[in-house]
Design a protein around this ligand. Sequence first.
Ligand code: BGC
Length: 701
Amino acid sequence: MSVRRLVTIIVLLLGAAAPAHAAAPPDRRAEALVARMTLDEKIQLVHGVTLCFIPIGDFPGSDRSLRGDGFVPGIPRLGIPDINYVGAGAGVTNCGARENGRSTVLPSPLARASSWSPELAYGAGALLGTEARAQGFTTLLGGVSDLIREPRWGRAFETLGEDPVLNGTLVAAELRGVQSRKVVATIKHYAVNNQETGRETHTVEVDERALRELHLLPYEIAVPASGVGNVMCAYNRVNGVYACENDMLLNRILKDEFGFQGQVQSDWGATHSTVPAALAGLDEEQFTSEFFGDALKDAVQRGQVSIERLDDMVRRKLRSLIAVGVLDDPPPSPGPVDAARGVQAAERIAEQSLVLLKNDGAALPLRRSLRSIAVIGSHADVGVLSGGGSAQVSPIGGPAVPPECDPETPGGGPCPVWVPSSPLQAIRAAAPRAAVRYADGDDAPALAARSDVAIVFAHEWRSEFEDRTDLALPDGQEALIERVAAANPNTIVVLETGGPVTMPWAGRVRAVLEAWYPGSGGGPAIARTLFGDVNPAGKLTVTFPRRLDDIPTGPAPPSDGDAIPYAEGLLVGYRWYDAKRIAPQFPFGHGLSYTSYRYSDLRVEPGRVSFAIANTGRRAGSEIAQVYVGLPRQAGEPPKRLVGWVRTELRPGETRRVSVAIDPARLWVWDGGWKLLPGDYDVYVGASSRDIRLRARGLVD
Ligand code: BGC
């Protein structure tokens, strides 16, 4: 008997899912499973029972938790696997101190967004999915797509920037990448979760137009485009109602209008009620059973929540596990990740994520003939910084600097973790004939004075739970940069920041390279960029203001008041600087290259913009060309909005005609419903939001 025939017979004997069954649509299969469940089994599936390594309550099966961020025990008799959740913005996290819990640290999401590349986002998602699955997880909790409204937001590094179309497009690609590896992906925090200060209690007061055109738009784009299985609702209230019991946000907009078919899961501790939350569309409570355990069972038995609604919660969870492939092929037993592969991928991604902000007199790339190089500050001898909170990753190889706290704890540990990827070593490798020395303190200016070039690494740590109060580089680093620049006119600054910082020192240095939190391949990616092995192509997805006074939310620290009025309305990010005619330090969309590009020959047709880009320099490079539209004056919109972009690679001297499709929805305004207004539309094509190279009227007759 052939092996195949034997297997078929065994499968038939066991009564396991027959091929015909597996081919049924996920919803139908999920319904069939729900029909076979007891009430207790249904309740078991709609709440968490652990937090990292801590069991929450006395539930059978909680000892099977893989020590991720959350756990819902499966139902073996129905073939429903354990559901293990783990965080992943920059990499798979390890709040439960798992034995095999070290993972690749990718550049932070904000860094990756600077590539403006859906392909890169997909690849990053696929790597996150691969590493999560290798560690036994069914569901990833990455995918922040809230806008950077508050530049001091502690979690700015976890999201993609200040533009809703860019956020929605890139996060959709990342979520598809995650789910391509048989791991359910998450998009969060729905909705309007834009600061840490007071996040668990405050209400965001936002008008409907700003809500629709800005804050919900990333979800409107990404939910249908990705087929994401999990939406995490936010801690905060929106116009008075908690996001996790908000009928308008969950039932009416997310599920009915955006067509979301998966489950809505509360952020950890963001459930506030049983009946209102269940009726408003919440499908799972994390991380406890306070509201969706016995209390929900009771509410169902009393008829306050219908059994159909409970069935819907369970069906939504199962249909995503089925659609993504987890049910038929659950993750293997946990093992270590493929570190060598991860670090290589992280390095390639970092190379596309760096943004060259300033480069006076072609100070960069550095010449290999340099005889002496001073490398200064930020533990650049051993590593690069990573972001904290629930997005904190335990890096492969362990922290490069002994951390002052235990990062493998619930919440990620309140201290910086340095990833072992040494810029100093990579610079030494790139310039083998130079004397490359490191200094971290008072001796830095003296070292700079006797070196051909001084490279100052400056950092700014951000983390969930805490916003910054200003945008200055902390810990005396501004003074350090000034002292080094005074000692050596050939000073270059490499930033490792979680968001924008102010740079009163910018005029005193020759070049500034924004490396963000660059991850496990950060050291080599920085060195290869400094020496021109990589031609930087990243562009900012968040405005860098000149002064704290200029930011849309005002200079006072983020408010911990009960209500946060979103008084800026539509003027989030570059829209504010454009409307108020404030010159930023570095605008949205800005990023330099070691070559130069010329734009020409703009043609505008309905739904399409095309133009030519020429590489006019002597190096190959990739240019991210951006298309903005100014709406008719009567629309009352900010001067322009991003509607599309293209990233194109060009050899020296090469000219290429590129075409950008413009989705008609990108021109709409919200006025009780989406509307296209008649009138004249201005089309701007630029190398940044403030470097417009071509303009025309058109798009709508
Ligand atoms: C965060 C979520 C995270 C959850 C679980 C919360 O504090 O807001 O983004 O997924 O913890 O770690």
